[in-house]
Design a protein around this ligand. Sequence first.
Ligand code: PLP
Length: 406
Amino acid sequence: MQVRKRIENQPDNKGYFGEYGGRYVPEILIEILDEITTAYLNLKDQKGFKEELSYLYRHYVGRPSPVFYAQNLSARLGGAKIYLKREDLNHTGAHKINHCLGEALIAKKMGKKKIIAETGAGQHGVALATAAAIVGLECEIYMGEVDMAKEAPNVTRMRILGTNVVPVGFGLKTLKEAVDAAFEAYMKDPVDQFYAIGSVVGPHPFPMMVRDFQQVVGEEAMVQFMELTGRLPDNLVACVGGGSNAIGLFSAFLDEDRVEMYGVEPAGLSFKKGEHAATLTLGSPGMIHGFKCYLLQDDQGRPLPVYSIASGLDYPGVGPQHSYLKDIGRVQYKTINDKEALDAFFTLSREEGIIPALESAHAVAYAIKMAPDLDQDKTILVNLSGRGDKDIEYVVEKYGKKYGIA
Ligand SMILES: *Cc1c(COP(=O)(O)O)cnc(C)c1O
């Protein structure tokens, strides 16, 4: 009961989930973050705002996304039944559009002219460029030159959508430098610009706001699952990068004590430093990007380099709410390595005709691991956060021979 109450009221009004979250930012940013918090809290329950967002979810994104019983896969594993929440079917192919639309609408209502962000592989950039186009805002995305070369199709997509993609050419020319450049550009005019964070991370109110926009996933899934099976799922599984798709699914079920939850982190190539991004599994509390969370850090508290086959999962920090849920034991955090994720990528494609994003394949892999040990009357609901079209070229090039397709 104690835990239940604490979860419901989170975060507190300073943005803390237990000891995690908060705002560790320069003084000048506090006022801006306060303004965003106030605007968000006023808008979120306003009838007009809610209607506008649900209209977009329904008629633009294609919500509700279905829950699908993966019958072939379940039969093959011979244990618990596996169900998929199909966020891969959303417009733009992943769950990110849910919070990007929310953030763009908030920015618009606050009278901002432009939304700014960085992007690594380009998934956040494309979702945000899409949201900016439909909501009617300018959009500027900072991207390292190395990432731009690797992810050329996403650069093209953003440009077609009318977004200004700004190449970042200093340092290692990847995500970290892109964050620095985007932030610097934002600080030049925080009055007319809005910095749109891409997961449940960053200073308060972003972990709360992004979570709230993703909550639709769990709320839909609960109703759909009841309709399909007459009861709640026994287990939930979702991959965790920053943690937005996972918290979106988990939130609706946190008070249901009998629903067990598993967040899946990338174990990459190994548990050696720099070869994984298993933040909750191997990290310790620290500070990154203006908030407190579990962090993969060196002995000076600086973020360590991270790696995963799924570029959407390679972040050295993690959402503050996940950090809290780990400590109280409400969610268990597990790992899946590159190889297991790749196997799951092909297994789901071949058993169900669904090509998952490599990020989502981590969640699928964990479900595949746990299903055989559970009775056939048990169920597992997996958040299939995105589709794998973006990954096929890379997979064929690197692993095609091994899987008999190149
Ligand atoms: C970005 C991304 C993720 C990881 O982000 P979270 O905030 O942890 O959800 C997972 N799946 C897909 C398909 C993504 O694009």
